[in-house]
Design a protein around this ligand. Structure first.
Ligand code: AMP
Length: 127
């Protein structure tokens, strides 16, 4: 079920539990600012999530509350993850869902990295 992108942070969310080591994840990269791991239900040949280590609900929350160093460190980790996955030559897509209309399901800021094949239109066609 979609969640709010501006609600108070819920320490029990599934990505917080992954960060605490309570739930396993297939890690791709970890540094001081971020953890990258494979999505449990991939929607492309490569589908990896990158999350900051701090308690931010969404990109909106992260962009307001995180320090400049944390914001820079996070986005560098996103790029380093794409590099480690070998996606730069073929190309890749970075996407984040914020709140109800975007269908955000996990209330810990995360970006999706998709790649491994041509990814098609940016959004589903409206009919
Ligand atoms: P979003 O709809 O943007 O909030 O995306 C949440 C993503 O988290 C979905 O693509 C899920 O497949 C993924 N997901 C949920 N639980 C896990 C988990 N335990 N490990 C890895 N990915 C997960």
């Amino acid at each position: 079920m979609p969640v709010s992108g501006v609600a108070p942070y819920d320490e029990g969310n599934i990505f917080a539990r992954i960060l605490r080591g309570e739930i396993p994840a297939r890690k791709v990269l970890e540094d001081d600012y971020a953890l990258a791991f494979h999505d449990i239900s991939p929607q492309a040949p490569v589908h990896v999530l990158v999350i900051p280590k701090g308690p931010y609900v969404s990109v909106a929350d992260f962009s307001v509350k995180a320090s400049a160093e944390t914001v820079a460190g996070f986005w560098r980790a996103v790029a380093a993850t794409a590099h480690k996955l070998g996606l730069e030559d073929g190309g890749f897509r970075v996407l984040t869902n914020c709140g109800h209309d975007a269908g955000q399901e996990v209330p810990h800021f995360h970006v999706h990295i998709f790649g491994g094949q041509p990814l098609g239109p940016m959004l589903a066609r409206r009919h």
